[in-house]
Ligand binder design. Sequence first.
Ligand SMILES: N[C@H](CCC[C@H](N)C(=O)O)C(=O)O
Length: 262
Amino acid sequence: MEMNRVLTFYKYQGTGNDFVMIDNRDNSFPKDDIKLVAWLCDRRFGIGADGLILLEEDATMDFNMVYYNADGKEGSMCGNGGRCLVAFAKFLGVISTEAKFNAVDGVHSATIKGDIVELQMGDVTDISEKPNAYFLNTGSPHHVQLVKGLQDFDVFKEGSKLRYGVYGQKGSNINFVEPLGEGTFAVRTYERGVEDETLSCGTGVTAVAIAMHKSGKVSSDVVNIEAQGGKLQVRFSVDAKGYSNVHLKGPATQVFKGEVKC
Ligand SMILES: N[C@H](CCC[C@H](N)C(=O)O)C(=O)O
């Protein structure tokens, strides 16, 4: 590491899924430095986060989102990170109450009111049914499995077993779900790229809501999810082609600003 560069960063969290945010509109961030990103995300040697996100200029949209998992590698879409980035864009004065931005899986629109960010996610048409689970892509790949006794469930052990054993090197994020009552589900997620349980996963929660609707466990087009780190809401439209107009809603908060030598 260079150690003579001083990087200004902001720390954000959305239902306990936390991110280092960097304003990279001047393109000064060394984007290919996997080791640097992994170190910034390290909870003991660095700042600590589930991921790192760059806010960049975009030719046609309000901004561009670049997302890295805590392992330093560029990840697929991150729903909570996207919501936090909208809050960061508002803080920077890049947007006011509405945003349209580019991310790795395409264009997203969003609205922000106070610290509540509602983010439109991609349409979902392919949902594969497995013996006792569902697999779908909501910007990131997600395995969704119903379990009993979720609070005592060994998410790390069972999650990593499925992540590597069933989905191989490329892997998948693994969500375990338990119904809590009409239209409400508790969810715990093992995240690929973090290789651990996180307190919340936005694309995961979105996948759970859609899979629960698909399986008939909920009939409403608004689904409430209680993640370990807080509550999120998912709504969608459904027709013969699949799920569209998918929205993920919940809080996104700035925690602190800092400078790091690297
Ligand atoms: N925490 C993220 C998911 C990141 C997906 C990532 N772990 C990957 O599979 O690349 C979210 O809120 O949607």
